[in-house]
Design a protein around this ligand. Structure first.
Ligand code: CS2
Length: 493
């Protein structure tokens, strides 16, 4: 039977599905969190931690999820299920399907503007959290302030009461909360270094354009704790819909796949309160920086490396890529010799075990995490994931050939085809410009490096001017010219 022939999953089905919930002693909470960017990651990570925290310690922390791209089909699919969906956890030991219940409402901007601002004005809402990806921050990479030339930002400055950008929405909502001096805490959960501070800067600089006193109030009163979030959560495919149908006997149009592993480290600054996330495995700390950098550089840095090399070499998924012995040696050496030495982590954090755990997670054969998904938005991902590490290696006078290979692979990836000629789409907010530059270089390493290093949104001037960086990129491109598979073998050694 196809899943669509089954009855639709809704909360009315819960009494029959006791075996698939975390605990049967669930009381529907009121909404206490608005989450911007209701993608798969949030639904397999924070939403589950929050449900568990309510089961462990109570609290009114139901979630209102918001899609910012006008994706009404996502809203409608989830609302037809009253926010209920299954999390399909897949590991080497098998598959586990759990129904997640903390999501109570889904809104789609800009359609649901009034409903969203109603929620954001509700004093019961004490946290606004975000997974909007790097580009959602509308950040000027040179200054760290809001990008005034971003079309969404320009729209919001001209129409501050109907904002569309993340800084515009947060500033408008905080303007409302200022009247009652009752701010919510803003919790960035994206893969950016110092994500809380980065978001605070963007929101304050946006507010300053409209009303300096609002910017001062936000800077003084609103907490923006930083966090490190971790769980590998691929895009949904038909296979999860089939799993949910088989296990539950209901049609779930919006299940989420994920790995068994999860981690969450959070700076404990929540003046308006928070769920008891610490009671269910999240680490609440004073300073998240060492964890954040370790994760960005070790995990996300090697994820992007695997993605670009694989797009050229023709490995479709991360487990297929890391199953190649040369690739595994390359990634192992990159983490051990080039990335780990740039990190200073607490004594209790064993970085080499962390490396080994990452390699094991990448090898998870059940997850089928597609390299093309990770390869998206390279212009936004390369700086926090790879360039900071390279700058640290240059400062320390240490080699960084494998890190340079990763950046060079991204440069070649911009040509839009694999080594065997298979074409793929380059999805990136700067795709048109980057692809024009890459095409004009005609596969000439010197020309490609010269053209792309001028893109200031990606490469800071100081790094771009480093002769060691330029020559490492040229060398790597030369070797990649003989095919990514032989480059992988050469750099693995
Ligand atoms: C990945 C991340 O898609 C990507 O770019 O590197 O989403 C990664 O899976 C998560 O950060 C893991 O926590």
């Amino acid at each position: 039977m196809t899943s669509s022939a089954l009855p639709r999953l809704t909360r009315h089905a819960l009494p029959a599905l006791d075996a698939h919930v975390l605990s049967t002693s669930w009381c529907e909470p009121r909404i206490g969190i608005v989450h911007l960017g209701i993608g798969n990651f949030h639904r397999a990570h924070q939403a589950l931690y929050t449900e568990e925290a309510m089961l462990a310690a109570g609290g009114e922390w139901g979630i209102c999820g918001v899609t910012l791209q006008g994706d009404v089909s996502k809203r409608d699919a989830l609302m037809a299920q009253q926010g209920l969906y299954s999390v399909v956890e897949r590991g080497p030991a098998g598959e586990k399907v759990t129904l997640a219940r903390a999501l109570l409402e889904v809104l789609a901007m800009p359609h649901d503007h009034d409903a969203l601002f109603g929620r954001l004005a509700d004093p019961q809402v004490r946290i606004v959290s975000l997974t909007v990806t790097e580009k959602g921050y509308c950040r000027d990479p040179k200054t760290g302030e809001v990008a005034l030339d971003d079309p969404l930002v320009a729209h919001d400055l001209a129409n501050p009461h109907t904002p569309r950008s993340v800084p515009g929405i947060l500033a408008a909502a905080l303007r409302g909360r200022r009247a009652s001096d009752n701010p919510f805490t803003v919790l960035s959960c994206d893969n950016l270094a110092h994500n809380g501070a980065a978001l605070r800067r963007v929101v304050c600089s946006f507010a300053r354009q409209l009303d300096p006193s609002l910017a001062d109030w936000i800077a003084d009163v609103v907490a923006f704790p930083s966090t490190m979030v971790d769980r590998i959560v691929p895009a949904t495919t038909e296979s999860e819909r089939e799993s949910a149908a088989r296990v539950l006997g209901y049609c779930d149009a919006a299940p989420v796949p994920c790995e068994p592993f999860r981690q969450w480290v959070i700076e404990d600054r929540f003046p308006a309160g928070r769920p008891a996330w610490d009671a269910v495995g999240a680490q609440l700390v004073d300073d998240v920086t060492p964890f954040e950098l370790a994760k960005l550089r070790m995990l996300n840095g090697t994820h992007s490396t695997l993605a670009y090399l694989s797009m050229l070499a023709g490995f479709d998924t991360i487990d297929a890529a890391i199953g190649n012995p040369d690739m595994r040696r390359l990634i192992h050496a990159m983490m051990s010799d080039e990335i780990a030495p740039t990190l200073s982590v607490p004594r209790s954090f064993d970085i080499l075990s962390y490396r080994d755990a990452l390699l094991a997670r990448y090898a998870n054969p059940a997850l089928k995490h597609r390299c093309a998904q990770i390869a998206m938005d390279g212009s936004q991902k390369i700086p926090p994931r790879l360039l900071g590490t390279i700058a640290a290696r240059i400062d320390a006078g240490q080699p960084f050939a494998r890190l340079a290979l990763a950046v060079a692979a991204w440069m070649r990836f911009l040509r839009g085809h694999a080594d065997d000629g298979t074409r793929f789409e380059v999805k990136d907010p700067l795709a048109a410009r980057l692809q024009t530059l890459a095409a004009a270089a005609h596969d000439e390493p010197d020309a490609l490096v010269a053209a792309l290093l001028e893109v200031r949104e990606v490469f800071p001037a100081e790094l771009a001017a480093q002769p060691r960086f330029r020559s490492a990129l040229r060398d790597a491109l030369q070797v990649l010219g003989n095919g990514a598979r032989s480059a992988i073998a050469a750099y693995a050694a």
